[in-house]
Design a protein around this ligand. Structure first.
Ligand SMILES: Cc1cc2nc3c(=O)[nH]c(=O)nc-3n(C[C@H](O)[C@H](O)[C@H](O)COP(=O)(O)OP(=O)(O)OC[C@H]3O[C@@H](n4cnc5c(N)ncnc54)[C@H](O)[C@@H]3O)c2cc1C
Length: 390
């Protein structure tokens, strides 16, 4: 078997890359370890920057999003009884779009298959070889048989726990990592959201986030010890804890119901540099992770796919290697801006045990956003993803 680009992983990065390359006349094969049903049901992110919406539009996968997504002009940050609304649209000219990663994945898979795209689900033991030379290839097992794909380039879009990054010799990568001592317990429920916009809440009991996926489907999170098991959080306990951490008005409006999904996610900052090695390019969570507070993970994955697609299209169309040679450098600029923002926003809104000094700093950070249009604008630019070159 032969293709131009072998893509490992059918998450947002891999699927969007495949679809953008298809639009540019480039052939791809996507290898995914999980089943289609599993991939399409996975609950994750939901806040899209304008740049991500543009890429999905360019990919021709924006039809349902245009009809069903919610447009949010602002968000609220609650802090010990005070609330500030950050008017993203007024401060930056851009809103954010609320549309679930689950829906994006379904739309991209439908778009790929609708155009005869080659997606291999349940591909086992994917192995990447030869990417440090001129003839990369990828092998995998399916239906009890081993298959081999010869290609020009490999895109490693297989997430933080994937195989691609671990194929690069350790000496060629520098890893930067910080783990946080807590996680997020998330609940999805078929209930009316507590507000029309997101509420980020810093409370003495810990952080909470009121988010949503639609006008009838809510997504809520509470900060919890990373050692907690989901079983320790029956629905009633979750709703009680959430109610105690969010502003009084929101707590009164809160509609509870059975959880459709409940999971605990670790919070971590991680970057692997560089994001390219020979003919292998890493994209999305395979190369970097952010704590979800800034809603950047999915958006960074999409941005990487956009930069890589542009570089590959220029290479095949004009023989111009510039975009490929600068891929890592270009992406890492955005990645580190998002790492900084996500780390800072997490530090400002979460409870760190017995850190009285840190709590005073959190208050000062909040006062700054509340009292300064310049500070609120800086926050809003980061949140909507306006990472101007420095
Ligand atoms: C539990 C959880 C909750 C999250 N919540 C949020 C949130 O609220 N907000 C936010 O902004 N971000 C959130 N994120 C982050 C966001 O979802 C990710 O940044 C985004 O999914 C990255 O997309 P990706 O395509 O790079 O990687 P992924 O979505 O991880 O996709 C990688 C794909 O590769 C496949 N794969 C892995 N290994 C192999 C292999 N060996 N062979 C073949 N295929 C393989 C995987 O099955 C997967 O389909 C969350 C992440 C997690 C894990």
């Amino acid at each position: 078997m032969r293709t131009q680009i072998a893509i490992v992983g059918a998450g947002p990065a891999g699927l969007l890359l495949s679809q953008l390359l298809h639009k540019g006349g480039i052939d791809t094969i996507v290898l995914e370890r999980r089943s289609r049903t599993y991939v399409e049901a996975r609950i994750r992110a939901g806040v899209l920057e304008p740049g991500t919406v543009d890429l999905l539009t360019h990919a021709g996968a924006d039809g349902r999003m245009r009809r069903e997504a919610l447009i949010h002009d602002g968000l609220a940050i609650a802090f010990g009884g005070r609330i500030v609304r950050v008017d993203l649209k007024a401060l930056t000219g851009f809103p954010v779009t609320v549309y679930g990663q689950t829906e994006i994945t379904q739309d991209l898979i439908a778009a790929r298959l609708g155009h005869g795209g080659k997606l291999v689900f349940e591909a086992e033991n994917v192995a990447l070889e030869g990417f440090d030379g001129a003839h990369p290839h990828v092998s995998y097992e399916s239906g009890g048989q081993t298959h081999d794909i010869a290609c020009d380039f490999i895109a490693g879009c297989d997430g933080f726990h994937g195989v691609s990054r671990s194929c690069v010799p350790g000496s060629a990568l520098t890893l930067y990592e910080r783990e946080l001592p807590f996680g997020w317990l998330g609940v999805l429920s078929e209930t009316r959201p507590v507000d029309d916009e997101l509420i980020y809440s810093r409370n003495e009991r810990g952080f909470a986030l009121c988010s949503m996926r639609s006008k009838t489907r809510s997504r809520y999170y509470v900060q919890c010890p990373i050692s907690d098991a989901v079983e320790a959080w029956p629905d009633d306990r979750f709703w009680d804890e959430l109610r105690r951490r969010i502003p009084a008005g929101a707590a009164e409006r809160l509609v509870t119901g059975p959880s459709l999904e409940k999971s605990i996610a670790p919070l971590r900052s991680f970057v692997a540099e560089p994001m390219a090695f020979g003919r292998l390019f890493l994209a999305g969570d395979a190369a970097h992770i952010v704590p979800p507070t800034g809603a950047k993970g999915l958006n960074l994955a999409a941005a990487d796919a956009g930069v890589l697609a542009a570089g590959l299209i220029a290479y095949y169309r004009d023989g111009d290697r510039t975009g490929l040679d600068t891929y890592s450098e270009t992406c890492l600029k955005r990645v580190w801006r998002a790492e900084r923002f996500s780390w800072w926003f997490t530090a400002m809104t979460h409870r760190f045990d017995d850190d009285a000094f840190g709590r005073r700093l959190q208050t000062a950070e909040f006062d700054q956003i509340m009292g300064s249009r310049a500070a609120a604008t800086a926050f809003a630019e980061n949140y909507v993803g306006m990472f101007r070159a420095g």
